[in-house]
Design a protein around this ligand. Sequence first.
Ligand code: PLP
Length: 343
Amino acid sequence: MKDIPQLDWATLPFGYQKTDYNVRCTFTDGKWGEPEVSESETINIHMAATALHYGQEIFEGLKAFRGVDGKVRIFRLEENAKRIRESAKGLCMEPVPEELFRKMIIKVVELNARFIPPYGSGASLYIRPFEIGMTASVGVRKAVDYLFMVLVSPVGPYFKTGYAPTKICIMREYDRVAPKGTGRWKVGGNYAASLSAGERAHALGYSAVLYLDPKDKKYLDECGPANFFAIKDGVYITPESESILPSITNMSFQQLAADHGLEVQCRHITVDELESVQEAAACGTAAVASPVGEIDDLDTGKKYIIAKDGKPGPVTTMLYNHLRAIQHGEEPDIYGWNTVLDI
Ligand SMILES: *Cc1c(COP(=O)(O)O)cnc(C)c1O
């Protein structure tokens, strides 16, 4: 057994950090092979592969946590297994069987156990499964061969300077995805399409872009690479849209909100409605919940001040703490969201 790496868990970025192993599996001749363990950080790919030319690339993101009892918990991996199959169907790729997905995730976490940050560090092991089209093709068509692999990387706490509200902006000249396009799937190309808007927002001092629905530009859609929710008079509201990626964090919050007696509404939210919400946040695996303090509409010049006292709202904070407590084994996991490993 190798030593525990000498990493400063608290200051680790959300980025790539080399670990010991990754796990790979190929689909060729119409079937999935046996998963292979690799120590190599590179892949061998044909220069004409569909992933490189026609964007056949999909991915997932989930985390493993070291809990209060010393055990390791992987959060809701069954949901990621289902979602990547939907993404595969969306891009005419070969869906990975759920059981294979599960087996490979557990394997890569076990193999890299020494990189799982200790309980209390605020850090976690980020798990990145992805699938690419491998067939050489210059004509536009789907691949027949696929590679599915999983890499992991320890990542530091999301809020380096403390859990605090940020400012986001609305800019109507950008869309992340098309109205009936690929927004509902976890596709690398959606990220490529959102980079220029994100860069512009960051340069202006905003943490993310709050996109509007790409058809009518009337309703709130995604918040950068995260889902959006707001709290309005005791109701958890989150946008309903065909171009949103169904966030597992958002899904979990909706359950917890209902359990705490809040009504949950998944519906259209107009920009004007931001006047009357008491709390707003972006949510996703990376941050869990990132409170939003102010939303500036750069086209109309209107500023929606959500966190009037500059602090995260009480409901957002309660949901954030509850979800994190479940992930770390501090609160009962009544829905069986965690896969618990004794490693
Ligand atoms: C991954 C992702 C999210 C967050 O989903 P989680 O399952 O909560 O991590 C939200 N929006 C987009 C566009 C994403 O790619």
